[in-house]
Ligand binder design. Structure first.
Ligand code: PLP
Length: 395
């Protein structure tokens, strides 16, 4: 028996592979600094954990509605309406196990083979994986480092076609930490407003920003009815392992997502939904403290990287990733990432883990302690020194 052909088109997330390799080195007694995985290193805030425990004691251990409990959807609708200056109700909300299903289900529901999908490259690898899996055509949108990794709007205009069915935006952006400016979002909306396509706006990092708050395309006139907002609890409340997220979208698409939920998960875990309700309606100071700490680490880490010869690191405006340009080191991204893991004990990702346009970059997650981040830069500096010396000796 062999796997279906479509499985050959399904990609993966390299971060999990690098984690396995790093753990294997640790098993041999090596110390590895983990800057590969994209999850906050903080504990889930206490009151959220208490809400989950209470929910278990109260018997929230059964199936719930496929779309999510009405009171949680109401709270999400209020929150999204407030933060995006729009008006949506609980009928526009689908609660699902994580942010990822809001990539999987709407794409499954919307795309036919041959449809074109525009997506940022470098970008979250699941976009391209899903596009290919569904037989749709990936149309990459390279990002411009010199403009804080913004989209090239002229290129976007050129690449929009009669076959474009979906445009994926992600701001704050993984892996670059870029945040789209309001002016750029307005220009993008003007390009797509009258086209027969949907926009999937991945806003999973919506609360992790360091300057202006990110601006959602859904806020603009005429865009709400053609936008799917992806958001969730994983990053904002350090709840990656709880598996809960949501989408906000037109009701006709919610109905399709519900049907896919019934066919796959039945529903999102009931007690997890009670914890999510506590997260949204309870105190927000833990979430705010986390962002303040990310900012402190970002400043120190980027400054230290910029002091290394051959590295140039634009200051991320959101999320918790640094994406330095490493071209002047003379290494390819893949080789440098491999050698930093093997020879310096620093686990990071090659920019190419996020698509072909990631060549020339590395991605470091600064969801690790301040001290470990500084030690990581010292190790990278020592590695680059050794590499230069050995090159000079050969040359
Ligand atoms: N979108 C982006 C850009 C991400 O970086 C991630 C997680 O790394 C997700 C979506 C998925 O989030 P979740 O863990 O809630 O499924």
């Amino acid at each position: 028996m062999k796997l279906a052909e479509r499985m050959s088109r399904l990609g993966t997330e390299t971060a999990f592979d690098v984690l396995v390799r790093a753990r294997a080195l640790e098993a041999q007694g090596r110390k590895v600094i983990h800057l590969e995985i994209g999850e906050p290193d903080f504990a889930t805030p206490r009151h959220i954990i208490e809400a989950a425990k209470k929910a278990l004691d109260e018997g929230w251990t059964h199936y719930g509605p496929a779309q999510g409990f009405p009171d949680l959807r109401e709270a999400i609708a209020d929150y999204v309406s407030r933060t995006r200056s729009i008006r949506v109700g609980p009928d526009h909300v689908a609660v699902v196990p994580g942010g990822k299903p809001i990539l999987f289900f709407p794409m499954l529901a919307l795309l036919e083979p041959g449809d074109e999908v525009l997506y940022p490259n470098p970008g979250f690898p699941i976009y391209e994986s899903m596009i290919r899996f569904l037989g749709a055509v990936p149309v990459p949108l390279p990002l411009m480092e010199e403009r804080g990794f913004a989209l090239d709007l002229d290129l976007l205009r050129d690449r929009l076609s009669e076959r474009t069915r979906l445009l994926i935006l992600n701001s704050p952006h993984n892996p670059t930490g870029g945040v789209l400016s309001r002016a750029d979002v307005e220009a993008i909306a003007d390009m797509v407003r009258d086209r027969d396509l949907m926009v999937l706006s991945d806003e999973i990092y919506s609360r992790i920003y360091y300057d202006e708050p990110p601006f959602s395309i859904a806020s603009l006139p005429g865009m709400l009815e053609k936008t799917i907002i992806l958001d969730g609890f994983s990053k904002t409340y350090a709840m990656t392992g709880w598996r809960i997220g949501y989408g906000v979208m037109p009701t006709w698409l919610v109905a399709a997502v519900n049907r896919l939920m019934v066919n796959s998960n039945s529903c999102t875990a009931s007690f997890t939904q009670r914890a999510a309700l506590a997260a949204l309606t309870g105190p927000q100071d833990d979430a705010d403290r986390m962002v303040a700490e990310f900012r402190r680490r970002r400043d120190a880490f980027c400054d230290a990287l910029n002091a290394l010869p051959g590295l140039r690191c634009a200051r991320p405006q959101g999320a918790f990733y640094a994406f330095p340009n490493i071209r002047d080191t003379g290494f390819s991204s893949g080789e440098l990432a491999d050698r930093l893991l093997e020879e310096a004990g620093v686990a990071c990702l090659s920019g190419t883990a996020f698509g072909a346009y990631g060549e020339g970059y590395l991605r470091f997650s600064y969801a690790n302690s301040y001290e470990n981040l500084i030690e990581a830069v010292e190790r990278i500096a020592a590695f680059l020194d050794r590499a230069r010396l050995s090159l000079a000796a050969k040359g």
